[in-house]
Design a protein around this ligand. Structure first.
Ligand code: NAI
Ligand code: MG
Length: 484
């Protein structure tokens, strides 16, 4: 094979996004009944910039009493909000969408500071998509009878919504927009390492004039989340996060009236056939596993390459990895930012160690990494098989496990051999192969010749241990309605 010569990388001068224009308070309280109120716990915790280890602000820790207040205010607000003319509900949601757009730059910078993701991604993906979700569901608010003809859709009541740290504002939008468009009210809890953009959203919600109590945003860690799950006046739990916590939630609400949707982990198979456009596929592999440092539930963390093209794909992939820029999330050139937390970095490093101990062949691109902050270079493993821990378990980091295959039936069997069923990717020139795989892969989303593309009109969700229920599109409305 001819030697590729792509490993020379360009050196870019730093192009750091300014932080002068952002407004942050030193301390954030809870957003309950339209006001920022002090927690009864009187406790605060630090939110940290994972690229510098600096404390950005103090975040309030909500306790049982606070959750009770938030749920009560949502319950009272529900009486009027659910009866309000649907067109009026829509107007508020449109307003929130426009306000997010107006402050998109501020949101993008804060998202990257608080969570470590590259500014390119928060600017081009997270924030615009969050605004789009509000726009999309605002449009549905007064058209529910058309969405579900011959039925009388009714809201459920108070939704408790618990979200993770990988797409903080976007997950808040996924949860809040459909819920309130359908006439529900909500108590939302962001993840403890990334509360800031949800609290900035609370400011927008306050300014938008949304009736008090329709959206309550409370901060804290797992204990706070559990108080929401266990509150008797919650009618629905919407959770995105780890499979373990998803299972705990399911246990806690069994035998209650509470409805639930759970979006849990994944171990997506990204499948490259020999007839695929190889360069595009390599770009697709990079986007599938290194987007957002691999902190993506639908990441393409298992790569299956057809044997005849395996050498060339792996060689091109290694070359491409060496040109990925790891570093300051606020630099517009950065491809891979900081790992979200010290805990998550420890988890990733644990899996990298296990991968090596179990005989995997590791390749990591070289990059100079700052002493401060949490970093992990793009990593791939060869010589692994179905039984390897790193092939079976979700790592939630920039770590790819590569296997080869010969036939289409073999790859379907391997791809489905996982407790998860969230996502998959297929790269081929043949439409017939795409159709066969979309039929036979046990995954909620299958991307063809692309990966990690999201749109508010498209439902998203999983099978098996990846959870149940769909968010996005008409399916996403259904999860917040009952039909009488
Ligand atoms: P986690 O599932 O503990 O956190 C997600 C959210 O749930 C956070 O808001 C957290 O405060 C809340 N929470 C935690 N315990 C709770 C409880 N008992 N009741 C109610 N809410 C609770 O996830 P964590 O610990 O941050 O990450 C661990 C692993 O989970 C990651 O390594 C990754 O594999 C997976 N994960 C998957 C996500 C996904 O989108 N599928 C998102 C986040 C994590
Ligand atoms: Mg943080």
């Amino acid at each position: 094979m001819s030697k590729l010569n792509l490993s020379k990388t360009w050196n870019y001068a730093a192009a750091t996004e300014s932080t002068n224009h952002i407004l942050l308070k030193e301390k954030y309280d809870l957003f309950i009944n339209g006001e920022f109120v002090k927690s009864n716990s009187k406790k605060y915790f630090d939110t940290i910039n994972p690229a510098t280890d600096e404390v950005i602000a103090k975040i309030s820790e909500a306790n049982k009493k606070d959750i009770d207040l938030a749920v009560k205010s949502a319950k009272i607000a529900f009486r009027r909000w659910s009866k309000l003319k649907a067109k009026e509900r829509g107007k508020y949601i449109f307003r929130i969408a426009r306000m997010i757009q107006e402050r998109a730059k501020e949101f993008a910078v804060i998202e990257s500071m608080d969570g470590g993701k590259p500014i390119r991604e928060s600017r081009d993906v997270d924030i615009p998509l969050a605004a789009n979700h509000f726009f999309y569901y605002a449009g549905w608010a007064d058209k529910l009878e058309y969405a579900f003809p011959n039925k009388t859709p009714k809201p459920l009541g108070v939704a408790g919504q618990i979200i993770p740290w990988n797409f903080p504002l976007l997950m808040a939008a996924w949860k809040i927009a459909p819920a309130i468009a359908c006439g529900n009210t909500v108590v939302l809890k962001p993840a403890e390492t990334t509360s800031l953009t949800a609290l900035k959203l609370a400011e927008i919600i306050q300014e938008s004039g949304l009736p008090k109590g329709v959206v309550n945003i409370v901060t804290g860690a797992g204990n706070t989340g559990a108080e929401i799950v266990n509150h008797p006046d919650i009618d629905k739990i919407a959770f995105t996060g780890s499979t373990n916590v998803g299972k705990l939630i399911q246990k806690s609400i069994s035998g209650t009236k509470k409805k639930s949707t759970l979006e849990l982990g994944g171990k997506g198979a990204n499948i490259i056939f020999e007839d695929a456009a190889i360069d595009q596929a390599v770009e697709g592999i990079v986007n599938a596993i290194f987007f957002n440092q691999g902190h993506v539930c639908c990441a393409g963390s298992r790569l299956f390459v057809q044997e005849s093209v395996a050498n060339i794909v792996i060689e091109k992939l290694k070359d491409r990895m060496s040109s990925l820029i790891v570093g300051n999330p606020l630099d517009k050139n950065t491809d891979i930012g900081a790992i979200n937390s010290k805990e998550q970095l420890a988890t990733i490093n644990k899996y990298i160690k296990i991968g090596q101990e179990e005989g995997g062949e590791i390749y990591q691109s070289k990059c100079s990494i700052s002493k401060k902050g949490n970093w992990c270079p793009p990593t791939l493993f060869l010589n692994v098989s179905q039984s390897h821990t790193i092939v079976q378990e979700e790592i939630f980091g920039p770590v790819l496990a590569i296997q080869t295959f010969r036939t289409i039936d073999e790859v379907i069997e391997k791809a489905n051999n996982t407790p998860f069923g969230l996502s998959a990717g297929v790269w081929t020139e043949k439409g017939s192969k795409i159709f066969k795989l979309t039929q036979e892969l046990n995954a909620g989303v299958v991307w063809a010749n692309t990966y990690n593309k999201f749109d508010p009109t498209s439902p998203f969700g999983g099978f098996k241990e990846s959870g149940f229920g769909r968010e996005g599109g008409l399916h996403g409305l259904k999860a917040y309605l009952k039909f009488e």
